[in-house]
Design a protein around this ligand. Structure first.
Ligand SMILES: *Cc1c(COP(=O)(O)O)cnc(C)c1O
Length: 344
């Protein structure tokens, strides 16, 4: 890995971050707060929330086995994705390399930040070839985007190839693990100690059943986390989100129940879809969704919409011709989908 200073945008490296009212006193007991122009009435919503979400991070540190100063929290993982560009990439000069197909936000954020986006097609079985990806990098490549389990293909990328990229690429390697709680593969979190260029993204939006609260996390070396904290909005995670996340984290076994139920449903739904005359192939999944190649995906998609059933039409995506991406729902939702497709 290059020196961190060589990877960071010079203006961000030298940035003096906004100092909020409550940052400026510390180490003192206080009970009269007349510093932040808050209204003294309407507690607890009158007070600004903790900008560093310390209590929530302490709970996460225990659940994820990562020290709290190696955790960044954002308004969904989408905030962490955008901040990664703003920290590392000089617009109109730097580039990023990503697997293709994958999650669409990496490209959108590249376009917003005017950073060149270099997609590299996945190989057979939607697998990552580390050497292909590394061949697309040059001296202006700041970030490599990886997603495992990958969206929309559903498969986990091979761990040896992920780690090969992290070992060989001298810049930042982001591994988006939004679906890791559903996967047979373990998280790469344990690799952070030996890979200072690794940024791992996770979210409360999928297995934790909390997409509405918008809470995403990044795990990385503490020097990288410090950069995210410097660039983010001071109060990027609101009080209601922090409270609800802590309530979920208080009972992490609830998530295991969701995961067990959804994986059992996926095991039932995938072969049932494959048996349908309209389905040609179902791709292996390590997530709470799977990709199905159909005889005519756009027509089947519209047919389902007319019956009030929405799946994701991925036919226009490279290497996903005629594919629908199907999220695993409740047993009765999955039965409705199957019944509709049997009548097609
Ligand atoms: C759903 C998803 C996310 C979640 O984004 P949030 O902003 O945390 O809701 C992140 N990455 C991938 C690949 C996803 O599919």
């Amino acid at each position: 890995m290059k020196e961190l200073q060589q990877l960071v945008r010079p203006n961000i490296w030298s940035l003096a971050p906004y100092s909020s009212a409550r940052d400026e006193y510390s180490g003192h007991e206080a009970h009269v707060f007349l510093d932040a122009n808050e209204n003294p009435y309407n507690a607890p919503y009158n007070r600004y929330p903790d900008p560093l979400q310390r209590q929530l991070k302490q709970m996460l540190a225990k659940v994820k086995h990562v020290p709290d100063d190696m955790i960044f929290l954002g308004n969904g993982s989408d905030e962490a994705i955008d901040l990664t560009y703003r920290i590392f990439c000089q617009p109109a000069r730097d580039n990023v390399v990503a697997i293709e197909p994958t999650y669409g936000m990496y490209r959108v954020c590249a376009d917003i930040n005017n950073v060149e986006y270099r997609p590299v097609l996945l190989g057979a079985d939607y697998q990552l070839q580390a050497s292909d990806l590394l061949a697309a990098c040059d001296e202006h490549t700041k970030i490599v985007w990886l997603c495992s389990p990958n969206n929309p293909t559903g498969n986990s990328l091979r761990r040896d190839q992920l780690l090969l990229v992290a070992d060989r690429f001298p810049g930042i390697v982001v591994v988006d693990e939004a679906y890791i709680d559903f996967a047979q593969q373990p998280s790469l979190r344990q690799e952070l100690a030996t890979h200072p260029n690794l940024v791992i993204l996770q979210t409360m939006s999928k297995a934790w059943g909390s997409a509405a609260i918008r809470l995403g996390m990044a795990f990385a070396h503490r020097d990288i986390i410090a950069l995210y904290n410097k660039v983010k909005y001071p109060y990027n995670v609101n009080l209601l989100t922090q409270q609800q996340a802590m309530q979920m984290l208080a009972d992490p076994f609830e998530v295991d129940k969701y995961v067990r139920l959804l994986l059992a449903e996926r095991q039932r739904l995938m072969p049932a879809i494959l048996q349908l005359p309209v389905c040609q192939q179902v791709y292996p999944s390590d997530a709470n969704f799977f990709l199905a190649r159909m005889t005519d995906a756009p027509t089947i998609y519209r047919y389902l919409v007319d019956r009030g059933i929405i799946v994701r039409n991925r036919s226009q995506v490279q290497q996903c011709h005629n594919c629908l991406r199907i999220t695993v729902g409740t047993r009765s939702e999955n039965n409705e989908l199957l019944a509709a497709l049997r009548q097609y």
